[in-house]
Design a protein around this ligand. Structure first.
Ligand SMILES: Nc1ncnc2c1ncn2[C@@H]1O[C@H](COP(=O)(O)OP(=O)(O)OP(=O)(O)O)[C@@H](O)[C@H]1O
Ligand SMILES: [Mg+2]
Length: 259
């Protein structure tokens, strides 16, 4: 698949719905992500971000709605899509007994146009752990290995579900750099995060999700500028500029981390 065969729209989601028995996780969600964008999904715990992403990744089936990924559909183009996507799950479980190198060799074998393992290991700074077993890695190192697994297939579109949760500040910044470089190659990233600073730095556009719906979408700057800080509850009025968290508070009256 050449990049020329890729459409200008990386992701199109329309009227997406998904319920788990009586819990409505996604409730008529619409999204469009342009090719080459870094797009962020923000929202409180349980908002429906992971469910939405996992439907887009072809791992869950929606109850209704329409999903097109890189101009393709899961029902008809699954093989093609698997080659084009990189996926890091919110809760990746890798085999504890395999080494870093063996884990990536396994993932590499799934792809026709895979990347060099040494190069990917260097990119996530796991060189010193190349021959260590996964079971002996720290939480942050496991997280970086999960991202390496998402990168080894040389994807055009990378889905990252809370990629920097649990990373120390240095590793977080390294990952930001990795994401920026990936995007500089003209590729697309869809990520979720609870870190507002991260969304503001990395994302061209963000969607704020609440109760399974998009309640605001735009560039971080557009959303931040839309908030009148003088109307925020204390202590926010003391600030001169809003944050994405303030955008959420002003839209819902709740904090992003309220349950
Ligand atoms: N397998 C499941 N079975 C039952 N309910 C589920 C399941 N997965 C998710 N849910 C429910 O669906 C809703 C949306 O969950 P989801 O994981 O998509 O949220 P999220 O926005 O990713 O949250 P977080 O920020 O905590 O990761 C929640 O109410 C959750 O409890
Ligand atoms: Mg989630």
């Amino acid at each position: 698949m050449t990049p020329a065969a890729l459409p200008t729209l990386a992701l199109r989601v329309q009227g997406l719905r998904k319920a788990y028995s009586d819990v409505i996780a996604v409730d008529g969600l619409d999204l469009q992500v342009d090719a080459g964008e870094c797009f962020g999904l923000l929202g409180p715990n349980g908002a429906g971000k992971t469910t939405t992403i996992e439907i887009c990744e072809g791992l869950l089936t929606a109850d209704s709605g329409d999903v097109e990924v890189l101009g393709r559909r899961w029902e008809t183009d699954e093989k093609d899509l698997r080659e084009l996507l990189g996926i890091q799950l919110q809760d990746t479980q890798l085999s504890e007994k395999l080494t870093v190198d063996e884990t990536l060799t396994l993932f590499q074998s799934f792809y026709r146009d895979a990347r060099d393992i040494g190069e990917v290991i260097d990119q996530v700074e796991l060189g010193e752990k190349r021959h260590s077993r996964v079971g002996g890695l720290s939480g942050g190192q496991k997280q970086r290995l999960a991202i390496a697994c998402a990168l080894v297939g040389n994807p055009q579109l990378l889905f990252l579900d809370e990629p920097t949760t649990g990373l120390d500040p240095v590793s977080r910044r390294q990952l930001w750099e990795l994401i920026s470089k990936f995007q500089a190659e003209g590729k697309t990233i869809v990520l979720t995060t609870h870190y507002m600073e991260e969304a503001e730095r990395l994302c061209d556009r963000v969607a704020i999700v609440d109760h399974g719906k998009v309640i605001a979408m735009g560039t971080p700057r557009e959303l931040i500028d839309s908030v009148d800080v003088s109307h925020l509850p204390p202590p926010e009025p003391r600030k001169t500029s809003a944050t994405l968290e303030d955008v959420f508070v002003s839209l819902t009256g709740r904090g992003l981390h309220d349950e």
